[in-house]
Design a protein around this ligand. Structure first.
Ligand code: ATP
Ligand code: MG
Length: 327
């Protein structure tokens, strides 16, 4: 049985298709990452799987339960740490966890023990009785995780777990996620727009854009694409050059556009002369040839046609500050 299995899962907002006929299977015990730019549909997928919103069409089975027919059972079996802040900063960490335990019907006889257990897991034992408003962003994230784990869920959903956090805190959170997956034998479904985060944590990644999965694979396989260099050849006969180059074993991929040919090749510098030779043999004039060193973002760019915007990192912090001001 899969932890998650969706069939043509779709969410529309009027004319906007936020999630488009998603067919996804995630094995139990894996850390699965949904990687995509802003507005790709990541949170919408999570919200449907967590029964927060209903799909427009299609279905999904979470932990063996149907998200529409058995939504209460789905909710009991999952933990949620979403982009918006859900802990109350006027309460202490322990009070927040008590409140959440009651919501999730954790029996009162074991509640305090559970609270201690999750506080230990996220290393917040010594701040258990401090007001959350005195916590740093990273501590709040960890408390959110403790909250999501208190009822011993089988699946933990994490929406952008480290957004807006400093590099050191991000690394801490990564350690927690890895430890959790190993110790608690949890299935973790997370979204991120950090390539490095997905790479480090996830057993499996789906790159998503406009509500559609563009590619799904292990980070290793996705990265093996990166062994190639990008070469841009400017020529008025890109089609003819592409035909002439097809079959060369150093070529991974070719894309023809107007007046240029985009190549992804193994050992770009070494093989560039061969490209020029083939063009010359075919009497194709090459105006310029540029070789680019690949970056991690190239994989993403290749599959979505856009860069992951890093400036959105500040969302979490500004959201938190707004939430505080609103009180
Ligand atoms: N309640 C809503 N009403 C209308 N449109 C919505 C609503 N919620 C989401 N959308 C739209 O659906 C699309 C997918 O949004 P979603 O929040 O799932 O993206 P995301 O991948 O999580 O983005 P981000 O990286 O910014 O968190 C976006 O175009 C968004 O504007
Ligand atoms: Mg989102």
């Amino acid at each position: 049985m899969y932890a998650i299995e969706t069939t043509n899962l779709t969410k529309k907002y009027k004319t906007l298709v936020a999630v488009d006929n998603l067919n996804l299977q995630v094995e139990k015990g894996k850390i699965f990452g949904l990687l995509g730019p802003n507005g790709a549909g990541k949170s919408t997928i999570l919200s449907m799987l967590c029964t927060i919103i209903n799909p427009t069409s299609g279905s999904a089975i979470v932990n063996g339960y149907d998200i529409i027919k058995d939504s209460a059972k789905v909710r009991q079996s999952i933990g949620i740490v979403f982009q918006s802040i859900s802990v109350d900063d006027r309460l202490t960490a322990r009070e927040n966890l008590r409140f959440h335990s009651m919501l999730y019907d954790v029996p009162s006889g074991i509640m305090e023990g559970r609270i201690q257990e999750v506080l230990r897991l996220v290393e917040l034992e010594d701040r258990a009785d401090s007001l959350v408003r005195t916590f740093s962003g990273g501590m709040i994230r960890r408390l959110e995780m403790a909250r999501g784990l208190i009822h011993h869920p089988e699946i933990l959903f994490l929406d952008e777990p480290t957004i807006g956090l400093d590099p050191q805190t991000r690394e801490h959170i990564w350690d927690y996620i890895k430890t959790l997956a190993e110790k608690e034998k949890l299935t973790i479904i997370m979204t991120t727009h950090y390539m490095d985060e997905a790479d480090l944590l996830c057993d499996d990644i789906a790159i998503i854009d406009h509500g559609v999965i563009k590619v799904r694979d292990t980070p290793e396989k996705l990265k093996s694409f990166l062994v190639g260099d990008n070469i841009l050849v400017t020529t008025n006969l890109p089609d003819k050059l592409a035909t002439g180059l097809s079959g060369q074993d150093f070529i991974i991929e070719m894309k023809v556009s107007q007046n240029s040919l985009n190549l992804n090749v193994r050992q770009g510098s070494r093989n560039a002369p061969q490209i020029i030779n083939i063009a010359r043999d075919l009497h194709i004039a090459v105006d310029s040839i540029n070789i680019d060193e690949p970056t991690l973002h190239d994989v993403f760019l290749h599959h979505t046609g856009k860069n992951i915007r890093e400036e959105e990192n500040d969302n979490f912090i500004s959201m938190y500050k707004r939430a505080r001001r609103g009180r």
